[in-house]
Design a protein around this ligand. Structure first.
Ligand SMILES: Nc1ncnc2c1ncn2[C@@H]1O[C@H](COP(=O)(O)OP(=O)(O)OP(=O)(O)O)[C@@H](O)[C@H]1O
Ligand SMILES: [Mg+2]
Length: 427
């Protein structure tokens, strides 16, 4: 009875929090788990008021294969948050999987008249709009636009271009588009669960926001989310996100390799990977062994840990190499940031940092997970929650310094978003 009263008073407390502060409700449909989360800000900190993660069904490598099964997962995750927050979930910020997103850079230019005129917000708006005058690929629609770099008279502006005299203003923007058919399917699933899509955000961008530290986003880094369906990357430079990339090889491949080569079930391979796995074979001697029960055998037998680790290392190396190639897009001279931040469930394998350090010739490789406060935040501070937390951050803070036409009301897609408030206030 006391327990039930406690739960009721918790719900009342959460309900009051949600009423008092602007709250973001987000949905991250991962291949392994579907997360619904409600979060609010407490000064500079993000505070999770409710979070529910359920095992995903009906998704393969990020692609929806059985919408009915997935709908049940979304219904269950949203239902749990609805119950905890007192039934207020109606609009969701929804993550869009890497395979449904195209990420490209575009340029805009605005001659200033009279020459030497000071840059106003209206000029920023125009130059950004110009950068978006591109033809989207057939079947794709605009998702988000981020301003990455401003130039005045050919020189990169360090900081804010507003208020500076200019003859020519230029911008490089990161334009993200989404596959219309996939977005329609997501919208349909969300609607059946009694909600509307507030906005769509590429999940690779969200994972980056959830895991990156402001200082790394400003000095430059690549955030890599190793999930159970894909591995996604977001490149951060000058406090903005300039590029996204997705490859199919992921943490589940590591489990699959272990199962196949050790002749054990996928379930046993997953347990073995999490409890004894490492991507660094050099830490094991010839006598280190784990106990393995092969399919069809009654008795468990010892298996060298070094060999287990070599199997893991080889797949993690493939993930790192393929991802780097995807980011370089055939241009070996293209410069990539020298810091890598690893996140997502698959980043937790010991030794993964070293493999990425070699593959990316990186100066530093770090593990990244969300920094949060609040009673419900502990379970949401895990690396596999970076995507959901990044969606909440984007929803709560990504819009505070956005550019929008002076004429007023616009669709969220027309806005040019800024990450300044996220990286400025969380140093
Ligand atoms: N402690 C751990 N050590 C190693 N791997 C782990 C650990 N915990 C989870 N994983 C792996 O992380 C993967 C799941 O990660 P995550 O939850 O981030 O994926 P997801 O978001 O559902 O999928 P995706 O974003 O790729 O669609 C699985 O392959 C799982 O085996
Ligand atoms: Mg994920």
């Amino acid at each position: 009875m006391a327990g039930r009263q406690g739960a009721q008073s918790d719900r009342q407390h959460i309900g009051r929090l949600v009423e008092m502060a602007k709250t973001a409700y987000v949905l991250d449909i991962g291949t392994t788990k579907t997360t619904c989360l409600a979060a609010t800000t407490n000064g500079d900190d993000l505070c999770v008021v409710s979070a529910a993660a359920v095992a995903t069904r009906g998704v393969k490598r990020g692609r929806i294969t059985e919408p009915e099964l997935l709908t049940e997962c979304v219904r269950s995750a949203v239902g749990r948050v609805r119950e905890e927050t007192g039934g207020t979930v109606s609009r969701l910020t929804v993550g869009v999987h890497g395979h449904s997103v195209r990420s490209e850079q575009s340029r805009g230019i605005r001659p200033m008249y009279p020459s030497g005129k000071v840059v106003h917000e209206e000029d920023l708006l125009h130059v950004n709009e110009h950068s978006r005058q591109i033809v989207f690929p057939t079947g794709y629609e605009l998702l988000q636009t981020l301003a990455c770099e401003y130039k005045i008279d050919g020189a990169t502006v360090d900081g804010e271009p507003l208020g500076r005299p200019a003859t020519r203003l230029e911008v490089v923007t990161h334009v993200m588009t989404g596959l219309t058919s996939d977005l329609a399917r997501l919208r349909g699933i969300v609607k059946v669960c009694g909600c509307e899509v507030d906005e769509f955000v590429p999940i690779a961008l969200a994972s980056g926001l959830g895991a990156v530290r402001p200082e790394d986003a400003r000095s430059g880094c690549i955030v890599v989310d190793i999930g159970g369906g894909t591995t996604d990357a977001a490149v951060f430079e000058r406090g903005s996100c300039s590029r996204l990339a997705t490859i199919d090889v992921n943490g589940a491949h590591v489990t699959g390799d272990i199962a196949k080569l050790l002749k054990i079930s996928l379930e046993d391979a997953e347990v073995l990977k999490i409890s004894h796995g490492s991507a660094d074979p050099t830490q094991f001697g010839d006598d280190d062994a784990v106990s393995v029960k092969q399919v069809g055998n009654e008795q468990a037998r010892p298996f060298p840990r070094k060999v287990l680790s070599e199997i893991i290392e080889s797949r993690v190396r493939e993930i790192a190499t393929l991802l780097r190639e995807e980011l370089l897009q055939g241009d070996k001279r293209r410069e990539l940031p020298k810091t890598v931040v690893l996140t997502g469930g698959g980043s937790q394998l010991p030794g993964t940092e070293e493999v990425f350090k070699r593959a990316f010739a990186a100066d530093a490789v770090k593990l990244g997970s969300p920094r949060l406060v609040g009673t419900n935040s502990r379970r949401a501070a895990a690396p596999e929650m970076s995507g959901a937390i990044g969606l909440a951050l984007f929803s709560l803070e990504g819009g505070t310094e956005e550019l929008a036409p002076v004429s007023g009301a616009v669709d969220w897609k027309e806005k040019i978003r800024s990450l300044k408030s996220i990286f400025g206030s969380r140093a």
